[in-house]
Design a binder for this molecule. Structure first.
Ligand SMILES: O=C(O)CCC(=O)C(=O)O
Length: 307
């Protein structure tokens, strides 16, 4: 565990759990990750070691189990060709899952997001659960995330936090791909096909993700333990073509965070998640919507909270 992360956990442990609802008054004051903030800006993805204590691993694991036992209408269970296990994902359940609310509010996650985005405030966008059962070989096709979302703007990140050990080459990133200046069409995880353009009229051109290979691209990935996390940009190209060869399911909670320039954007397809805030118009700043809790690094709490 890095010294900086240790300080965060110590601070949390002294004060323990804060009461829900509404705002946490307890936050890490000394979060610093040395040159990893610059590395994130340059590479678009970093792995942070030991940032989440066992409390958060256990809390999130309970929440993930609840989601798996009671999936939403948005959930997907992708079978593998060999019939071994499923590749499950679901999102937008955080308002129903108190463990996720606790994690979003009281864990180091919002402070990590503000630190890596170098922002005073971040809006919590949504959460996403991924479970890849043992020996499932379903691929996560190379993609970047932002074109799935009705969100424009550069200041954003996802925090991918596994609650089980993760084998090397699981989540693979192409270094610096967030800065390619390209937008790629979203792809269905089940078929790897691009989303269909349903309504055009947007000025942006969305390309098909090119063939990715180690000769032409610098690919990074990390073996991880529960409590480690990845922070990655929503334009960073990533994927996974490896089978989960471990005897346990790989289980991850991803939280998505937006900074000061995030605006509501039109996409020529049904976005994923397929919901938009009703209180801002296209081009409007996301942080002005009541739908997204806003965390302040200055106040060390959510200043525009959970409803
Ligand atoms: O965890 C996975 O299997 C895929 C995650 C992913 O692609 C994402 O969080 O954007």
């Amino acid at each position: 565990m890095s010294f900086s992360c240790y300080k965060v956990l110590l601070f949390r442990n002294i004060f323990g759990k804060t009461k829900f609802p509404r705002f946490s008054v307890v936050s890490p004051r000394y979060l610093s990750f040395g040159n990893q903030v610059e590395q994130y800006a340059k590479d678009g993805a970093v792995c942070l070691r030991g940032c989440f204590s066992q409390r958060w691993v256990d809390t999130v694991k309970r929440g993930i189990q609840k989601v798996f036992d009671n999936p939403s209408k948005y959930s997907e269970k992708i079978p593998s060709d060999s019939g071994k296990g499923v590749y499950f994902n679901d999102y937008l359940q955080w308002r129903n899952i108190e463990e996720f609310q606790e994690y979003i509010r009281d864990s180091p996650a919002p402070e990590i997001a503000t630190t890596f985005l170098q922002e005073e405030e971040v809006a919590f966008y949504h959460e996403h659960v991924f479970i890849k059962e043992s020996f499932n070989e379903s691929a996560t096709p190379w993609h970047h995330d932002q074109s799935y979302y009705p969100i424009d703007g550069w200041q954003n990140c996802s925090i991918w936090m596994p609650v089980t050990p993760v084998e090397a080459k699981t989540m693979q990133f192409i270094k610096g791909s967030h800065k390619w200046g390209k937008w790629f069409a979203p792809r269905y995880f089940e078929t790897a096909e691009n989303y269909n353009i349903e309504k055009d009229g947007t000025e942006r051109h969305y390309e098909t993700v090119p063939e990715i290979n180690e000769e032409q691209h610098e690919i990074v990935s990390w073996q991880m333990e529960p409590g480690d996390c990845l922070v990655f940009h929503m334009r960073a190209v990533h994927g996974s073509y490896t089978t989960n060869t471990s005897s346990t399911s790989r289980q991850t909670l991803v939280t998505r965070w937006l900074g000061s320039d995030a605006t509501l954007a039109r996409r020529p397809w049904k976005t994923s998640p397929p919901v938009k805030p009703s209180d801002i118009t296209f081009g409007g700043l996301v942080k002005n919507s009541q739908d997204f809790p806003v965390y302040s690094r200055v106040s060390k709490r959510y200043v525009d909270g959970f409803q």
